[in-house]
Design a protein around this ligand. Structure first.
Ligand SMILES: [Zn+2]
Length: 137
């Protein structure tokens, strides 16, 4: 998963202004679906690249309550969670959640990424720490 330099800069600018949990202070227009315990929302700072392919849609499944990790999901939430993931998996979305101790995890509120790509493969990726460059074929 990567963002282009422009997207990463935009995200980092936003992070500097963040004072409260963004998923606990969610604006309604981002919500795509809602269940008793979860919101499925548009990721407004989504990745540009996933599995070397250009990202078309990047959604986040977030718990309505502020919990920190998958293992904190209550038993009555499991069916809702898996029903949404099954539905979007059938629609071609890849699904992933970072480990609780992940050093890459940027938000403390539990969330699962649902990502659909265009299928377009990157020709090359050049890293020089930050910034880095992505080039499509
Ligand atoms: Zn939160």
């Amino acid at each position: 998963m990567y963002r282009t330099k422009k997207s990463e800069d935009r995200y980092q600018q936003y992070r500097k202004t963040e004072s409260r949990c963004p998923f606990c202070t969610l604006s309604g227009e981002r919500i795509i679906e809602e269940t008793k315990s979860f919101y499925l929302i548009k990721n407004i700072y989504g990745y540009d690249i996933w599995d070397r392919r250009k990202v078309k849609i990047h959604l986040l499944l977030i718990s309505k309550n502020h919990i920190a990790a998958l293992q904190e999901i209550e038993k009555d939430m499991v069916q809702e969670y898996t029903d949404i993931l099954k539905k979007y998996s059938e629609r071609g979305f890849d699904i992933f959640t970072r480990a609780t101790v992940s050093l890459t995890k940027s938000q403390p509120h539990f969330h699962t990424h649902l990502i659909k790509t265009t299928g377009r493969l990157l020709k090359s990726v050049h890293f020089n720490e930050d910034p880095y460059f992505l080039h499509f074929s």
